[in-house]
Each structure stands twice: as C-alpha cells, then as structure tokens.
Write a protein that binds this ligand. Structure first.
Ligand SMILES: *[C@@H]1O[C@H](CO)[C@@H](O)[C@H](O)[C@H]1NC(C)=O
Ligand SMILES: *[C@@H]1O[C@H](CO)[C@@H](O)[C@H](O)[C@H]1NC(C)=O
Ligand SMILES: *[C@@H]1O[C@H](CO)[C@@H](O)[C@H](O)[C@H]1NC(C)=O
Length: 269
C-alpha cells in the first residue's frame, strides 16, 4: 500500500474514533429503593445521578413493573409542584432491572433487563463526546465542538419548558397523558399548524379529533406560516416572584416576532 493511502486510512480512523471518554459513560439499573417525595401521578420513582436543580432524571412508575424514564422538575420544598416534564418512553414502559446506558459510541439507550431496546437516541458514532442535563431541563448529547448532536428539547411529550419549541421538521404537537395510571397518549393535543395553534379532543366516540380552541383570532400570520413556537417567560415586576408565560412565534415574513401571551402566572421555585 502506498504511504498516502495509509495516511488517509488512519485519518479516517481518527475521525471515526471521536468517542465518549470511558469516565463519562454510565449505566444505571432500574432497581432498589424508591424515593420519598410525593410526585405527580402519585407514582413510585428512583432518582438517577444526573441532576441540575431543579431537574433530575429518574425512573418512575404508576403501575407495577411499567417504568418510564423521565425528567422531573421540582424540589422537596415545593413538593406539590413536582412535575414530570420530559419522557423517553411513553407508551413503551420498561420493567425492573431495565438499564439506561451511555456507551463510548455515544448512543443513549434504554433497554429492558433482557436487552430488548425500548428507546434510544440513535446517536451511535455520530461524534458524541459527552452527556449533560442542563439547568434549563434540556438533556443533551454534545460533540467535541460543544454542538448538540441530540437534545431532549426536540422531543417534547406533553410539556414545554421555557426555551423549548414545537417546530416544523420536528415535533409539532403536545399530547396529553391517558390517565394518572396509564402513561400512553391521551385524548387532548395541542398542535402547531401553519396558520394557528389548536387544541383537539378525541375520544372513543369521536376518534376523529374535534378542535375546541384555536388562536385564529389571536394570531394573524399573514402570508407566512408557523415554523416554530417557543415558550418564553417574563418576570413580573419584582414585588411578587411570579412570571408571565408567552409563546413566541415567527412566521417567516415581515409580520414575525409577535408574542402570544397566555396571561397565567406561575410562582417560582
Ligand atoms: C473525565 O476525565 C477528564 C480528563 O481527565 C476530566 O477532565 C473529566 O472531568 C472527567 N469526567 C468525569 C465525569 O469525571
Ligand atoms: C433484578 O436483578 C437482581 C440482581 O441480579 C435480582 O436479584 C432481582 O431478582 C431482579 N429483579 C427482577 C424483578 O427480575
Ligand atoms: C408577505 O407579506 C409581507 C408583509 O405583509 C410582504 O412584505 C411580502 O412581500 C409578502 N410575501 C409574499 C410572498 O407575498
């Protein structure tokens, strides 16, 4: 073989080898004692190490042996406000001794005890060098330049955190949970459509979703269309520690940049 060829081969090998350092990998097993707080849906949970106040990764269940890997928001001093804000595997629960693994190849995998994969990020050999749960609740896999190769903010389930979006080309709707005990898609959805945001309800009697609220009167995107809506948060004047929430949308024409205020106030942690 010629020298340049060998050089090229070793260069490719070097590029392909960008991988997660062994000391940054992890493997958690869904086993052991349950946590002590009362949590949303009144389930049991097992907290995992990744923590960025007030967010923490955990396994939880509301029916025996049917666990969801999720991000929890809230601390003990605000126990009644503890919420599940992101979920890996709605509708596809894992059992006792399931594993949550981040290997040197950069793939994040949730698997049952028998090895059956329930959920994964599909980021094997895509240049991932690390995992981090950020303080805004975004769980990210990043490359050597610090860019996000994968982020949980791109896969909302039924909740948007501040800074998180629905977006064309990604997830364009939030879907409610079936019931306290059943973690699968439920009857209600919040959908970003080209010209409006809409709330839908479907039931066994009406499998075709019925629209029961839209923003048609609140948003006029003109000749543009909604490409993303992002949840934003603005502190109210300092007297109380309340926040106003707003959905920011930019329909990609000169009308863009309007804010739809939801008007609600949420107390801070
Ligand atoms: C892994 O090792 C590197 C280099 O020694 C160090 O900078 C980094 O903090 C370590 N990571 C963990 C999670 O210990
Ligand atoms: C989980 O694994 C432990 C250790 O291997 C074992 O003792 C236990 O029976 C397993 N639990 C279940 C429900 O399979
Ligand atoms: C869309 O509307 C904006 C402002 O109303 C206008 O400036 C723009 O030319 C329009 N674009 C098209 C393709 O009609």
């Amino acid at each position: 073989m010629s020298l340049p060829f060998i050089f090229l081969v070793s260069l490719f090998a070097f590029i392909a080898q960008a991988q997660v350092p062994a000391n940054e990998t992890f493997k958690y097993v869904n086993e052991g004692e349950f946590g002590q707080y009362i949590i949303e849906y009144d389930g049991n949970y097992r907290p995992l190490d990744p923590f960025a106040s007030p967010f923490q990764l955990a396994f939880y269940n509301t029916t025996p042996n049917a666990y969801t890997l999720a991000v929890r928001m809230g601390l003990r001093r605000s126990e009644s406000l503890i919420r599940w804000v992101w979920e890996a595997n709605r509708g596809n629960p894992v059992g006792e001794n399931a594993t949550f693994t981040f290997g040197t190849n950069g793939n994040l995998v949730l698997a049952n005890a028998d090895g059956r994969v329930a959920w994964q990020t599909n980021t094997r050999n895509k240049g991932v060098v690390g995992f981090k749960l950020l303080s805004n609740g975004n769980m990210v896999l990043y490359n050597s330049k610090g860019n996000f190769v994968w982020q949980s903010f791109h896969y909302p389930t039924d909740t948007l955190l501040v800074g998180q979006s629905l977006r064309v080309g990604g997830v364009t709707k939030l879907v409610s949970r079936a019931s306290e005990t059943e973690n699968k898609d439920g009857s209600y959805s919040f959908v970003m459509e080209p010209k409006r945001l809409a709330l839908y309800y479907k039931s066994k009697n009406s499998p075709k979703p019925i629209v029961y609220f839209t923003t048609s009167k609140l948003i006029d995107v003109g000749n543009g269309s909604l490409e993303h809506v992002t949840l934003n948060c603005y502190p109210e004047n300092s007297a109380n520690s309340a926040y106003d929430l707003a959905l920011l949308y930019e329909p990609g024409n000169s009308i863009s940049g309007e804010v739809w205020c939801m008007g609600g106030a949420l107390h801070s942690f």
